[in-house]
Ligand binder design. Structure first.
Ligand code: ZN
Length: 554
């Protein structure tokens, strides 16, 4: 094995073609770069990444699906796991779970799998954000130059990497290093150290193949954003005679939200701040009714601000506008008069959920990702709109007191629970049918019903995906079928048909900017499916971002 790596190419000619670098003038001649220099610069950039990972505490979400082989449909998900937390790097990377308060520490964060008895540890997934947390030093690794390759806009050197000593730890695989700042953009392979930790913890041999991506968020700043992991030959599954595999998506975002507190404490305040919101709408004291409204509005603002601060809510953006257009279609076609126009916002997590905070309707990113069409989106928005129209309580006014939200981030999700009574849900669902029948979506309700069928069918296998953090259940684990009337109108699910799309894969629509949580709609047209293997509703797929260089801040 070593002989191959010793034959590594020692210099690489970097031809700086005109125009490649955009703003920098193109060098006319090719400048030879030593491989050792490239690798040393790569390690310096990698150290800088680790410094930032220590400084920021971004959110990290891990979603895992276990799959078993179905003779007709190929690999189908049979169970799932979910972790949401803050990434922390001290001695080793850790995932501090949100919504668990103080109870998740060490062994507390160990989850016991059922069925295939595969167990996963959240810290192990946090460790997958880098190929080696002790850097890929030339003294410890052999490198072999493979080729030049573009990843999106980034021109990369591709190297194969192996630990020098045949041992139990270190990264084996391939790295892509871009040629402007020499950052690792992508790494793909296996880290024996992580496997070792996880395997000894679980007393079984596990191997986690990872495909990790960094995104250029600011000029010169690349940060871990996506990791896809997949294992296809699980030793335990083989011995039990049952074919099993798992796939997982790890997303990291919210660096800016978590970094601001420690890095840029506000120390001066301008007295004549020009952006200050002048809300004095009358010279007189507010009437009791108006005071109550204002009170509820304040509670709403407090909750929204707190969710933004922890990085769970995307900043106001273009996707909100898209939802508001659909919402407005419902309002106008039903001739509704609402005292304050409702707004739409997006929760950045994967589990499918929706809820209303005052006059703000919130849908999760995962829900928007998997909804196949506008009619389905209209159905989800109509449900929340119904709570509003029916005069259901929209906000717990306890949040109008500032101290209520002064909890730490880990406890926030326990504080914010907007679940409703079964009675409210039933009446809202009745209203949904009424609103949709008068809306421009009335002829497409079969699509919406089909989506509900797909969710109801998977609710037992994928309880973590179909379980809300904060808001309403989309489906109640197959027990009570919500919106049965819509489902009855829908055709039967046809898993073997390529034309029927009941629900999309995760990550199908929205692209999250890992720095500030801004969302973009992926406008790439849908690719026709080539086989039913590709049609797995609500599936975890590899994540391959389009790599672009960040524009300088103006
Ligand atoms: Zn509801």
């Amino acid at each position: 094995m070593r002989a191959v790596f010793l034959a590594a190419l020692l210099t690489i000619v970097v031809a700086t073609a005109p125009g490649v670098y955009g703003q920098s003038p193109a060098a006319p001649e090719a400048a030879p770069l030593k491989v050792d220099d490239i690798l040393d610069r790569m390690n310096r950039s990698e150290s800088a990444v680790f410094v930032r990972m220590r400084m920021y505490h971004p959110l990290i979400e891990v979603y895992i699906q276990n799959l078993t082989l179905d003779e007709q449909l190929g690999w189908a998900p049979t169970e799932d796991k979910y972790f949401l937390g803050q990434f922390q790097l001290a001695d080793a990377p850790r995932l501090l779970q949100l919504g668990q308060g103080r109870k998740s520490r060490g062994f507390g964060s160990r989850l016991t799998g059922t069925g295939t008895a595969i167990q996963f540890l959240p810290d192990g997934f946090a460790a997958m954000a880098a190929p080696d947390w002790h850097l890929l030093e030339r003294s410890r690794y052999d490198f072999r130059f493979v080729r030049r390759e573009f990843l999106g806009e980034a021109r990369c050197f591709v190297f194969d990497v192996q630990p020098r000593r045949e041992g139990k730890d270190g990264f084996s695989g391939r790295i892509w290093v871009e040629d402007r700042d020499f950052n690792i953009v992508r790494f793909n392979g296996i880290n024996r150290g992580t496997d070792q930790t996880l395997s000894s913890f679980f007393r079984r041999t596990l191997s986690f193949h990872v495909d990790g991506w960094r995104v250029n968020v600011l000029p010169g700043v690349w940060l871990p954003s996506y990791v896809y992991s997949e294992e296809t030959d699980l030793a335990t599954a083989r011995s039990s005679g049952r074919q099993a595999r798992f796939k997982s998506q790890t997303r990291i975002w919210g660096y800016e939200a978590q970094g601001t507190e420690s890095t840029q404490q506000l120390t001066t305040i301008r007295v004549d701040e020009p952006t200050i919101d002048d809300r004095t709408d009358s010279q007189r004291q507010l009437s009791p009714v108006l005071s109550q409204r204002r009170w509820e509005e304040e509670a709403e603002l407090n909750v929204i601000e707190r969710l933004e601060k922890v990085g769970l809510l995307a900043p106001v953006g273009e996707v909100d506008r898209v939802l508001e257009v659909v919402l407005n279609n419902l309002i106008v076609s039903n001739d509704l008069t609402i005292e304050r126009t409702p707004r739409c916002r997006i929760l950045l997590t994967s589990p499918l959920e929706s809820f209303t905070v005052g006059h703000t309707i919130v849908l999760s990113r995962g829900l928007i990702d998997v909804l196949p069409g506008e009619a389905g989106l209209a159905m989800m928005l109509a449900h929340e709109l119904s709570h509003l129209v029916l005069g259901h309580p929209l906000i717990d006014t306890k949040f109008a007191f500032a101290d209520r939200l002064m909890v730490n981030d880990a406890e926030l999700l326990q504080t914010l629970q907007f679940r409703r009574t079964p009675r409210e849900e039933v009446t809202a669902d009745e209203k949904v049918i009424e609103l949709l029948k008068k809306s421009p979506y009335k002829d497409k309700l079969a699509d919406a019903g089909l989506f509900l069928r797909a969710i109801a069918q998977r609710a037992k296998q994928l309880p973590m995906l179909i379980q809300p953090h904060i808001g309403d259940h989309i489906a109640d684990a197959g027990q009570i079928l919500r919106l049965a009337e819509l489902m009855d109108q829908a055709p039967a699910l046809a898993p073997e048909s390529l034309d029927q799309v009941s629900a999309l894969s995760l990550g199908a629509r929205l692209v999250v900017n890992p720095w500030n949580g801004r969302l973009l709609l992926d406008r790439t047209p849908a690719v026709p499916l080539a086989s039913i293997r590709e049609k797995v509703p609500l599936a975890v797929t590899p994540l391959m971002p389009y790599i672009k260089y960040a524009a300088p801040q103006s």
